[in-house]
Ligand binder design. Sequence first.
Ligand code: SAM
Length: 464
Amino acid sequence: MTGRDPATGRDLATDRDPVAAGAARPVPVVDGAARPVPVAAGAARPVPVAGGAVPVLVLGVDAAGRPWPPAALAVLAGAGLVVGAARHLAAVPVPPDVETVVLGPLAPALDRLTAAHAAGLPTVVLASGDPGFFGVVRRLRAAGLPVRVLPAVSSVAAAFARAGLDWDGTVVVTAHGRDLGPALHACRALPAVAVLTAPGAGATEIGAGLAGWSRRLVVAEHLGSAAERVTWTTPEQAAARRWADPHVLLSLAAPAGADPAADPPTPAGVGPVRADNQPAAAPADGWALPESAYRHRDSMITKAEVRALAVARLRPRLGRLVWDVGAGSGSVGIECALLGAAVIAVERDPAAPIAVNAARHGVDVRVVTGDAPAVLRGLPDPDAVFVGGGGTAVLTAVADRRPARVVVTLAALDRIAPAVHLLRAAGYTVTGSQLTAARLADLPDGSIRLAATNPVVVLTGERP
Ligand SMILES: C[S@@+](CC[C@H](N)C(=O)[O-])C[C@H]1O[C@@H](n2cnc3c(N)ncnc32)[C@H](O)[C@@H]1O
């Protein structure tokens, strides 16, 4: 290993000395149970240093299959304890007399690592790709261990490289050890998403969840190893088969005009070049946009002042799914999508300009044409629903799906009380207000008047 450790100032390559004859040393065992055995006289072994001063070295295992750099080999040669997954331990030249701990559950390995570190033994943790990128560094820091990281090419970078695609505008999410919903909704919402998967939360499950969305998928299994396999596929095909772990999933939407069946979807990359990769940040052009920002017919559009409140109450963000039922122009759903949510716009009129408006604002809104409530049945469960059109039957069907929030706009007075009662009976806490906006309008003589818009009642149902 070359270079000095910033924490200690020591040259890590020289943090080991010849061994005292007959001293006990650890041997490789599985699942954390290290047994000390006598060491042959004159053999080299790492010598503990005082007080755990040497940070734990976290070595990335390269997902692009590049050979180990000399610095990493030197670290391994000098290690007293090496912790890693079986596949990582098999892939690296750990000297046979060095104690290894095979992961398994992390907690017992952390205990062993902490003890070894406290005893001053040079310790190494092997982890895939860049260990600081959705990796083990967080857990080591949380356990109070100082770390020094030698990163390698991440599985995400390697997957995009193998697919021959640029990826600077990509959002990376993980499905590891958590509910699959947020990762799936990110794939539904955004044009380029990389998903770090886990057994039971991978390409099969996400492929199934993307049925109905226009996506190409790349499944990259066992990157950097002899078993590497990179497959272009569709959500339907991905759902119908099993994939080897570990794998990374890339979910790609074809830009407008590209052939969605082509691999890759467009020769230019996966989408327009973005200046950032923060799609959940506030949209550059804001929201509660004027009606003129949308194509709409017969004023079938939620007015800007009402939309501002409705969108705020829906709490859209990356990782959530919003239904816009009775979408009309799609303005409410589109603004939710601008704020990062996955959106399904439900509208009975096939001529409604939702897709045109979504394209105009650069968001991917899935349009489902048909009559609610019937058409709602096959849709994935939403986190929030905007009901801009439809009667009691629609609201009942929506409440039955138990979204965290329901926002309803009503112009007809006789529908207000039934809607409130219905939501309350379904377990929602309901708040509401009537909005009357009077907009500035110019008079011919140069003075200004106020022009009234129609009053609307906005109801919000929230689950306590
Ligand atoms: C805890 S994350 C670690 C990510 C890692 N820090 C990196 O930069 O690649 C584990 C996930 O990374 C992906 N992964 C890691 N190594 C991989 C490999 N060699 N081939 C395919 N996917 C891999 C899988 O999605 C796996 O479930």
